[in-house]
Design a protein around this ligand. Structure first.
Ligand code: FAD
Length: 549
């Protein structure tokens, strides 16, 4: 295969024009056949309003070696893509099925890979299946009555299900896991362009279908998936069999609907519980599982008209149609304040909604989501400031959780139980807003005017104000008076890291901390890739589970 990079075409180009460009670049004669696969497509808006797509493609044609020998174009090279491969199984006997706790992207991909390779995992997920969960979440947004068992954080697909479904990651991927995750998602109904778009995105509506299909496939391959089943205890158990070198774990699982408990034994517990499983973190800390507090970020969600963002990013007039069927535009902004705090936008949702993403009574947390068409009238993004263990106070590894809880309690008070909202102008003046301006909030769940700034320690409130003012210099209008801010954005990543060794195991043998909650991922893709990595670690140690054992 030959790889061509930097193939540049106007955004409105046709497939034939792309083929023609490939033919010309490789000097393939008219009538001679070739096939190609798009590896990557990114948007080049440096000469806006003239907009281009820049492609990387892999081409298969006759006489590739000769073509490469004659080639003088530095953007044309032999394709050396690393294809993902799952490791050969280890030699230890698996006496009972591996257990995956948590069915977010990390648990989903860990379970999928294990099931695919004959390990027949048992998945336990405290929340409900995606369809029931969708009903529960919509009821919460309509009535304000939270189900602590089934919500935006807990249930099939994890925190990623009610999300924008952005699928980009900064994780370097020399083993091909990134591509494999995207391929698996496509095999289960995700649109094919996610495999090559520089900013791939699925959206809540499609994600629900994709995770449901992956679960069906896991079951078809011999896995078992138990919803409303929470891991409530994990303790060392006696070694199983003569050739089991290390101890196994005794687990207690609770049906969250009936309260009934049962026990399960396993040699491999993949702990993929996400960043909001505060009770499970506490249980593990109390059992002496090594963990430490880690930095994360807190702030607000900011809403602006999507047409304002499109105009800035695409160079069009505000209110005009987007050119060439381009999607709602995204942005990313950062600034470093002189005192050392960094402020940045995070998890930006073009054409999206702010959502009440709470999972505990008396506490309010927000986040952002979108549907596949990203057709909402507003763009929203978190505007956040990094907080470190020094901000939390105390030595407890879960001090960051308590810090989050305090902010979420203040947000709940500020919004009288609903999402508190304040316009940016009023945020700066320290005044509770009385009316909405031109930016109409697009919020899933009730909201009310409140003191959003008052949620934060003074220094963080100041940093948010100064950050937004600075962003206004980079993206005109970002600091408009009527930009809508809501709070609190507190679940940006895990406040804790559960330590693991080179074999990805905790010193509580048999426990494999995994994904975002354990501190090894931040986002859907990196969590899914960590799930694969941990499944590989289990497979490297054990032979596939033998059902007749
Ligand atoms: P999670 O997805 O949090 O999954 C953990 C699962 O474990 C949950 O389903 C939970 O119910 C279950 N669980 C917890 N404790 C237990 C227990 N004791 N027993 C059994 N089960 C348990 N990231 C992106 O990359 N792009 C986005 O566009 C994006 N948008 C987001 C929008 C929203 C509203 C939210 C909330 C998050 C968003 N994220 C996004 C972040 C992304 O969802 C997370 O990074 C990702 O889901 C982390 O994956 P995970 O599998 O590690 O954990």
């Amino acid at each position: 295969m030959i790889r061509i990079q930097q193939l540049k075409l106007h955004t409105g180009h046709s497939e034939a024009q792309l083929e023609e460009k490939i033919r010309k670049t490789l000097r393939i004669r008219e009538g001679e056949n070739f096939s190609y696969r798009i590896v990557r497509r990114s948007l080049d808006a440096r000469k806006k309003p003239e907009l281009f797509y820049v492609y990387t493609v892999d081409v298969s044609t006759k006489g590739e070696k000769a073509l490469l020998r004659k080639n003088r174009n530095k953007h044309v090279q032999e394709s050396r893509e690393v294809r993902y491969s799952f490791p050969e199984p280890g030699s230890e006997k698996m006496h009972c099925r591996p257990v995956v706790a948590g069915f977010g992207p990390a648990g989903l991909f860990a379970a999928y890979m294990l099931a695919l390779h004959g390990y027949r995992p048992v998945v336990v997920e405290r929340g409900m299946d995606a369809l029931q969960r969708k009903k529960d979440v919509e009821t919460f947004w309509e009535t304000g009555v939270l189900d602590v068992r089934s919500n935006v954080q807990f249930g099939e697909g994890g925190a990623g299900t009610f999300s924008d479904g952005k699928l980009n990651t900064l994780v370097k991927d020399k083993y091909g896991r990134n591509r494999k995750v995207l391929e698996i998602l496509c095999d289960h109904g995700a649109p094919e362009e996610i495999a090559y778009d520089a900013k791939p995105h699925i959206g809540t509506d499609l994600l629900i279908q994709v995770v449901t299909r992956m679960r069906e496939e896991i079951i078809r391959m011999g896995g078992q998936v138990c919803f409303h089943t929470q891991l409530v205890s994990a303790e060392p158990a006696a070694p199983l069999g003569r050739d089991a070198e290390e101890g196994s774990l005794s687990l207690v699982l609770e049906d969250t609907l009936t309260g009934k408990r049962r026990e399960e034994t396993t040699q491999a517990l993949i702990l993929a519980i996400g960043h909001s499983a505060r009770d499970t973190f506490a249980m593990l800390r109390d059992r002496g599982v090594p963990m430490e507090a880690k930095s994360f970020a807190v702030g607000v969600r900011a809403e602006h008209p999507q047409s304002m963002i499109d105009a800035d990013q695409y160079g069009t007039k505000e209110g005009a149609d987007r050119p060439d069927g381009l999607p709602a535009a995204a942005y990313k902004l950062t600034c470093q304040l002189p005192e050392g705090r960094g402020v940045y936008t995070f998890c930006m949702c073009p054409g999206g909604y702010v959502v009440n993403a709470s999972s505990e009574e008396g506490r309010v947390a927000v986040n952002g989501m979108s549907y596949h068409d990203r057709a909402g009238r507003n763009a929203n993004s978190a505007v956040i400031v990094t907080v470190t263990p020094e901000d939390f106070g105390g030595e407890d590894p879960l001090a960051g959780v308590e810090f989050q809880r305090k902010l979420e309690e203040r947000a709940c008070q500020a919004g009288q139980g609903k999402v508190p909202v304040q316009l940016f102008g009023d945020f700066c003046r320290g005044k509770i807003s009385e009316r909405i301006g031109e930016v109409k909030p697009q919020i899933k769940g009730g909201f009310s005017f409140g003191d959003v700034r008052g949620i934060f320690p003074e220094e963080i409130g100041d940093a948010i104000e100064r950050g937004i003012r600075e962003f206004g210099r980079k993206l005109p209008g970002y600091d408009r008076e009527d930009a809508v801010l809501s709070g609190v954005e507190s679940r940006t990543s895990s406040p804790v890291r559960i330590l693991r060794d080179e074999g990805l195991e905790s010193s509580l043998r048999g426990l494999y901390p995994c994904g975002e909650g354990a501190g090894y991922a931040g986002g859907i893709m990196s969590a899914a890739m960590d799930g694969m990595k941990v499944a590989e670690a289990v497979a490297r140690k054990y032979r596939p589970f033998d059902k007749d054992a």
